[in-house]
Ligand binder design. Structure first.
Ligand SMILES: NC(=O)c1ccc[n+]([C@@H]2O[C@H](COP(=O)([O-])OP(=O)(O)OC[C@H]3O[C@@H](n4cnc5c(N)ncnc54)[C@H](O)[C@@H]3O)[C@@H](O)[C@H]2O)c1
Length: 381
């Protein structure tokens, strides 16, 4: 079996996580990385044991690679994905796919025209319990979906001194908490429940109207501590918090909240779906258990165990029950499905993995939510 050659663009926090997940799959070789700053990318290549490194994206595209993973800041995704597709290279892109609907539409079109494999790293779909929830809903265990309550809460931007490129719209886009973590939540909500969001009513807040920007660059989640003289005051105009009322195509309702300033909530996506037969509730900080709410018998708890799961979900489990799997496993499982297509050389008719279409859908939803918050009214998606 020929090895599939892969390059990874952006090796801050999530790029190395992609590399680790890729290395857990057979027949894949990470041959190159790209990042700005020659010293940085050279040192990352040594740490990550990747043979080739580049601080020029176009030069990296000249090397022999089959697939590129885009893990740079959001504003670079569109250009990097476009150049790769034009070179005939399959693309796995981090979320959000782009920073505008038009860019995402162009990428969807280009991917279709080139016939190349295209995926967005909506990895939270790949917790086995999430697939199990989807399978339960599809098999009628829940009955009609009455309501959905979701949240995605974090605390890594809790302090006024917490700073990251995501706070700068030129790099992150017009939306922050929603684009960054709301994109995962809304993708998951539609994916699991099968409900399409038709209308939104949003309210947002920027808790820290100014933040203290470090005068030295720091990577996401690096937890570095600086002195007061190392900061400058910066005006913030993207949301720390947002709540959105939702209307679904089945006539029922839901609500989601995202926040990056909730102390103690490290990275907690929570989804509760109330159906005509039962309610199910799951959160990503306890990913191997599902709460099952009943009206006429005691409530239950399902633990991640391939022997108790529907086959559709059991396929995402690599270890027996009680041998916990978590965040790093989600990327491995997503890439497993994507690389089946890469090995064939084209996307399947109905991809099981999230494609650029899913990335575009998030931008459409996000745009409606931003408009709703600005105009203080319901917006039809
Ligand atoms: N799916 C997930 O769970 C998940 C988690 C984290 C991040 N992400 C996404 O991944 C992307 C990267 O996020 P991160 O947390 O790794 O950020 P990060 O800041 O930790 O890493 C970004 C890397 O890109 C490099 N970079 C910045 N500007 C560049 C440029 N102009 N050219 C080349 N390299 C450049 C930085 O030096 C850094 O190494 C974002 O789009 C984010 O939304 C997804």
């Amino acid at each position: 079996m020929n090895k599939i050659k892969v390059a990874v663009a952006g090796v801050g926090f999530i790029g190395p996580a992609h590399i680790e997940a890729l290395r857990r799959l057979p027949g894949i070789e990470v041959v190159a990385i790209f990042n700005r700053g020659e010293d940085k990318v050279r040192s990352k290549a040594t740490t990550l044991a990747v043979p080739q490194y580049f601080d020029n994206y176009n030069e990296m595209l000249e090397t022999e690679v089959d697939c590129i993973h885009i893990c740079t800041p959001n504003y670079l995704h569109y250009q990097e994905a476009k150049l790769a597709l034009q070179k005939g290279i399959h693309v796995v892109c981090e979320k959000p796919l782009a920073t505008t609907i038009e860019e995402a539409q162009e990428l969807v079109k280009l991917a279709r025209e080139t016939g190349l494999v295209n995926a967005v790293h909506f990895n939270i779909r790949y917790y086995p319990m999430v697939r199990q929830m989807k399978a339960m809903r599809e098999k009628g265990d829940l009955g009609q979906v009455y309501s959905i309550i979701g949240s995605y809460l974090q605390d890594w931007l809790f302090y006024q001194t917490d700073y990251n490129w995501r706070l700068e719209p030129e790099q992150s886009g017009e939306s922050r908490a929603l684009a960054d973590i709301g994109s995962h939540l809304l993708d998951l909500l539609e994916y699991v429940s099968g409900c399409r969001i038709t209308e939104v009513m949003a309210d947002m807040n920027t808790v820290h109207q100014t933040r203290k920007k470090p005068l030295k660059p720091i990577e996401t989640y690096s937890g570095k501590v600086l002195e007061p003289v190392d900061y400058q005051d910066v005006k913030i105009n993207t949301e720390d918090y947002a709540s959105v009322l939702l209307r679904f195509d089945n006539g029922n309702r839901g609500v989601v909240t995202v926040s990056q300033v909730s102390a103690g909530r490290k990275n907690r996506l929570s989804l509760e779906i109330a159906g005509a037969n039962k309610t199910i509730a799951w959160n990503s900080e306890l990913p191997n258990q599902l709460w099952v709410g009943e009206r006429d018998k005691p409530n239950g708890e399902l633990l991640r165990d391939p022997s108790l799961f529907y086959p559709e979900a059991a396929g995402l489990i690599s270890y027996p029950g009680g041998h916990n799997e978590g965040f790093p496993d989600t990327s491995k499982q997503l890439f497993k499905e994507v690389y089946e297509a890469v090995r064939v050389g084209e996307p399947p008719l109905n991809p099981t993995y999230p494609t650029f279409e899913a990335g575009l859908r998030e931008l459409v939803l996000n745009d409606a939510i931003l408009r709703s918050a600005k105009e203080a009214r319901w917006i039809v998606v």
